[in-house]
Design a protein. Structure first.
Length: 166
C-alpha cells in the first residue's frame, strides 16, 4: 500500500498517522501465528465413516490468516477466517455459511488441541455455548470435534469429523 493510500485509510478509520509505521512493521512470523498451521491443506472429511465433505484451508494475508473453504456432501458450504490476535493473545475464528449460521469463537492451543469457544443466540433468544476442538494426530489426520451446550455443563456433539489430506 503506498503512502497516500495508507494516509487516506488511516484518516477514514480515525487512526493517527503515527499508526502507519506500526501497521507496516506488524507481521505474523512469531511462533504463536504458526500454532494452527497443522490445519492448512486440502482435506477429505469423514464423520462416522462416511464422507461429510471437503475442506480447503489456505494461509493468506502474508501467513496471518487461515481461510477455510468448506463444501459439505449434502450441499452445505461455509467459510471461516482464523487469526491470532497478538494483543489478546487469543485465536479467533469467524465462521459463516449458506444456512445463515454465524460463529465467533476464541481460544488457543492447549495440550495439543486448538480449542475455540464462544456463544451464539438462537432465533428464540436462547444462548448456546459452542466448543470447537482441532486435534492433530501423529498420522497427519486432524480430528474436529464441535460440541454445544445450553448451560456450559451438559455438552452434545454437533460434529465429530476426521480430516485426511488429499
Amino acid at each position: 500500500m503506498n503512502r497516500t493510500c495508507r494516509t487516506l485509510l488511516l484518516a477514514a478509520i480515525g487512526l493517527p498517522l503515527s499508526f502507519a509505521p506500526a501497521m507496516a512493521q506488524q507481521n505474523c512470523a512469531g511462533e504463536e501465528f504458526r500454532q494452527f498451521d497443522f490445519w492448512v491443506g486440502s482435506w477429505e472429511v469423514t464423520a462416522r465413516g462416511a464422507v461429510a465433505g471437503r475442506n480447503e484451508v489456505t494461509l493468506e494475508e502474508g501467513g496471518c490468516v487461515l481461510h477455510e473453504h468448506w463444501s459439505g456432501s449434502k450441499g452445505g458450504t461455509g467459510q471461516s477466517f482464523n487469526i491470532y490476535d497478538r494483543g489478546e493473545r487469543l485465536w479467533h475464528q469467524f465462521w459463516v455459511d449458506n444456512s445463515g449460521t454465524v460463529l465467533h469463537l476464541s481460544g488457543g492451543l492447549s495440550d495439543g488441541v486448538m480449542l475455540l469457544v464462544g456463544t451464539t443466540t438462537t432465533a428464540e433468544g436462547e444462548r448456546v455455548h459452542q466448543r470447537l476442538g482441532f486435534t492433530p494426530n501423529p498420522d497427519g489426520t486432524v480430528r474436529q470435534l464441535w460440541e454445544q451446550s445450553p448451560d456450559g455443563e451438559r455438552w452434545s456433539v454437533v460434529f465429530d469429523g476426521l480430516y485426511r489430506r488429499q
